[in-house]
Write a protein that binds this ligand. Structure first.
Ligand code: BES
Ligand code: MN
Ligand code: ZN
Length: 507
């Protein structure tokens, strides 16, 4: 039974994302605005802009610093009256947001992103029409795009269904001391990250395999990507029995989405990105308890990351050929659910014994990876909210990396480090190979006991990647946040979008 997609799915998801008008300006303190944001380093002189503003304010900023009342550390901020409040003609900024910049030597791309997002999150609980971001001088020009991305990132959150919006998007945000090219690039990166967050934050009643595919098709046509969707008939014709098995218990039939971006030389082998797209994971017959199910709309986070990255590559005009594949299914309980003891013949021909229907992500990925390697990728990366075990191993803020090729894993680790997204490699010793051997089929979908669960899941996947150099990212921890931080809301985080853009650009 397929219901008519709701209005919001037919509309372009891109057009629903926050889009304040961005511009580059000179002389920020000469302009009128609601709020101007200036940085306060924890030591050393203020920027030229902050110094000039301080003079206009009769030394208020310097005075606060002298008395140790000004913000210093990142996450610290303070709103003070601006020149317009006392000016006879009301010109200039009405308010000044002082934001702590920490120490210059601690500045990274990550801190640029976070300081910007923190500052705008500080402001966007109220309506502001015009904001000036005068942080360009405080931050290395190489990090300016990250700063702009952070400004946009601040405006996407989980309160999508509040009757009164919790996040107010300014009409205009002007940047001083930042080149237009960095603004344009940061806007694409911020927008793409927000796209991933939105797809994750939408409930499973809105984002199910078919609607995920529709939203993706619309996005692709808007940015000039090609997109192919396999429906349940095509999946059957293609022997994608693993994807079909996981989706069998749901009224919402599964889909496979294949996105192509041809920015490289014609005929050049592509990079493949593969995402787990379980739009809701109830656990199936191995049903999850409520506590474990609450956030399981986030189980398509890998697929959302793939879609968001493809969007970024197209908008940035990256000179690479890349394919993105999303295996989409809803893992539900019904008379037609796949069962424990079932044996599935996957598209690759390998057979899987199902011993736990809640280990469904690897089953969906088995067929998705098989379709991906048919495109003969030079290298392949998959992302999946795959195991609670990865969260036990690394905590909720760190993604796990597992690989069959150390060289490409090092590339990905390096990209993540540059962007400041925590990623840590787990070993793939062959001693784990036996843990997924089945007595009745080629392979079983759980390991032996709960130990090393993130790795046994990756070992399962390794059976479906052939000789392709491959990295698996388990993003179960960082994809979805329980509680907010100064620089981000709770909910979908858009983790790894920035890392993947950097990795592919550097490839
Ligand atoms: N989607 C879950 C993993 C998950 C857990 C993601 C928490 C995000 C937050 C996955 O499908 C799952 O249920 N994994 C099981 C595997 C087990 C049955 C071998 C798990 O981790 O418990
Ligand atoms: Mn599961
Ligand atoms: Zn899952």
């Amino acid at each position: 039974m397929t219901e008519t997609p709701s209005q919001s799915q037919r509309k372009s998801i891109l057009s629903q994302l926050p889009h304040p008008q961005f511009s580059a300006i000179d002389n920020p303190i000469q302009q009128s605005c609601d709020v101007i944001i200036v940085g306060v380093p924890s030591e050393g002189p203020l920027s030229a802009t902050a110094t000039a503003l301080d003079q206009t304010l009769g030394g208020a900023i310097g005075g606060l610093r002298d008395q140790n009342l000004a913000p210093e550390d990142t996450n610290d901020s303070m709103l003070i009256p601006g020149p317009a409040v006392s000016n006879a003609d009301g010109s200039g900024a009405k308010l000044v947001l002082l934001i702590g910049m920490g120490k210059n030597e601690d500045h990274t791309r990550q801190s640029a992103f976070r300081v910007a997002s923190t500052a705008l999150r500080e402001l966007n609980s109220k309506e502001r029409s015009s904001v000036i971001v005068a942080l360009g001088e405080d931050i290395d020009a190489a990090h300016h795009d990250a700063l702009v991305a952070g400004v946009l990132y601040a405006h996407e959150g989980q309160g999508l269904y509040r009757s009164k919006p919790t996040i107010h998007v300014p009409n205009s945000i002007a940047f001083s001391g930042i080149a237009q090219a960095a603004i344009d690039r940061g806007q694409v990166i911020g927008d793409s990250t927000n796209l991933a967050k939105r797809l994750i934050n939408e409930p499973a009643a809105e984002i199910y395999p078919e609607s995920f595919a529709q939203v993706t098709e619309t996005m692709c046509s808007e940015v000039g990507l090609s997109c192919e969707v396999w429906d349940e008939e095509r999946l059957a014709h293609e022997n994608c029995n693993a994807i079909l098995a996981v989706g069998a218990g749901s009224d919402r039939p599964p889909r496979l989405v294949i996105i192509r971006y041809d920015g490289g030389q014609p005929g050049e082998q592509p990079i493949a990105l593969v995402g787990k797209g379980v739009t809701f994971d109830s656990g199936g017959l191995s049903l999850k308890p409520s506590d474990g199910m609450i956030d399981m709309k986030c189980d398509m986070g890998g697929a959302a990351t793939v879609v968001a990255t493809m969007h970024a590559l197209a908008k940035l005009g990256v000179k690479k050929n890349v394919i993105g594949l999303c295996g989409l299914a809803e893992n539900m309980v019904s008379g037609s659910s796949y069962k424990l003891g079932d044996v599935i013949k996957t598209r690759s021909g390998k057979t899987i014994e199902i011993l736990n229907t809640d280990a469904e992500g690897r089953v969906v990925l088995a067929d998705t990876l098989n379709v991906a390697i048919e495109h003969q990728p030079v290298k392949m990366l998959d992302l999946a909210t795959l195991t609670g075990a990865c969260m036990v191993a690394l905590g909720i803020e760190v993604a796990g990396a597992m690989t069959n090729d150390q060289l490409i894993c090092d590339e990905v680790l390096e990209a993540a480090k540059s962007e400041g997204e925590p990623l840590w490699q787990l070993p793939m010793f062959s001693l784990y190979n036996d843990k997924v051997k089945s007595k009745v089929a080629d392979i079983k979908n759980i390991g032996e006991g709960r130990w090393g669960g993130a790795i046994t899941a990756a070992k399962f996947l390794e059976n479906f990647v052939g000789e392709t150099p491959w990295v698996h990212l388990d993003i179960a921890g960082p994809a979805f946040a329980d509680s907010p931080k100064p620089y981000r809301d709770a909910g979908g985080t858009g983790t790894m979008v920035r890392t993947l853009i950097r990795w592919i650009e550097a490839s």
